[in-house]
Design a protein. Structure first.
Length: 301
């Protein structure tokens, strides 16, 4: 009926001190992404495809962080390590749903950059507001539809006393190792989700940047090439910040059976917390329009 959450193994006595960097990260995440959302919402000049997709990315990152916050701070600040079975499945559903949405938004942003560089004169005609809003709705529906069967598949399995998780939040790769029944269907469906979302999205992002590079190389002037590539700088950083920790975590899960459990914990935390912390900073610094909007908001206070 319950699972046991784990903070950082071996450092239980220091959990209160360890909670400080987590609190700082959550403050940066909610303040940074919230500021970007506020700037985009209030500045009509930013109601353009690139910034609307950025707003969707901020929503996805806020969703992932809000899903982990209650249990992470509960473990580190208050020593609350028990979580109910249904609550755990509920948290797992939202963490993975927002993660899938984040990956899909990054794909949409790469397509946006390709259209902006390949056909700048038709950019606003192709990426109209109804199409962008429809894309956002489809991304949310896709995430929910793909994740909905997972909690039900886990509920049908028998749990025979193995209830200690590896993290301070519930993730499917961790939960799937606890049942004592046949988990082949869960493994197959989990693999299907990974391939059809993160695998396909990353492949299409690479393809998009291959087309972008081909288009940029056809530009005759060096200044034109530089300006075109500069428009992709922030998005490339966001893609690397998202996929590098994910690949690292996958490698640790796949090949790191004999490495320290501490490495598993740190990689999982990097996967969930690194992108929401770094992306608002990158976009605030590298995107002039967002930077100006933040300065304007701060000057009004």
């Amino acid at each position: 009926t319950t699972f046991i959450l784990v903070g950082i193994p071996g450092l239980e006595a220091e959990h209160v001190w360890i909670s400080i960097p987590f609190c700082v990260m959550y403050a940066i995440i909610f303040l940074g992404n919230g500021t970007i959302l506020h700037v985009i919402r209030t500045d009509t000049a930013l109601h353009q495809p690139m910034y609307l997709f950025l707003a969707m990315l901020a929503v996805a990152e806020l969703g992932v962080s809000a899903s982990t916050l209650p249990t992470v701070l509960g473990v580190f600040l208050f020593g609350i390590t028990e979580i109910g079975f249904d609550v755990c499945l509920f948290q797992m559903f939202f963490i993975h749903s927002f993660s899938i949405m984040e990956s899909t938004v990054l794909l949409a942003m790469s397509v946006d950059r390709f259209v902006a560089i390949y056909s700048p004169l038709r950019y606003t005609a192709i990426l109209t507001l109804p199409r962008i809003l429809g894309t956002g709705a489809l991304m949310g529906l896709k995430s929910i539809t793909l994740m909905a069967p997972l909690p039900m598949l886990l509920r049908r399995l028998p749990f025979c006393g193995h209830n200690v998780l590896s993290h301070s939040y519930c993730l499917h790769p961790n939960l799937i190792h606890l049942p004592c029944g046949d988990i082949s269907i869960n493994n197959i469906y989990g693999l299907f989700i990974v391939i059809s979302t993160f695998g396909l999205d990353s492949l299409l992002i690479v393809l998009s940047y291959g087309l972008i590079l081909h288009t940029v190389l056809s530009i005759t002037t060096g200044e034109g090439r530089r300006k075109a590539l500069n428009t992709c700088g922030s998005h490339i950083c966001a893609v690397l910040v998202y996929y590098v920790p994910m690949i690292g975590l996958s490698m640790v899960h796949r090949f790191g059976h004999h490495v320290s459990i501490l490495l598993h914990v740190m990689m999982a935390n990097a996967y969930l917390f690194f992108p929401p912390v770094v992306n608002p900073i990158v976009y605030s610094i590298k995107t002039k329009e967002i930077h100006r909007g933040i300065v304007r908001v701060l000057s009004e206070k």
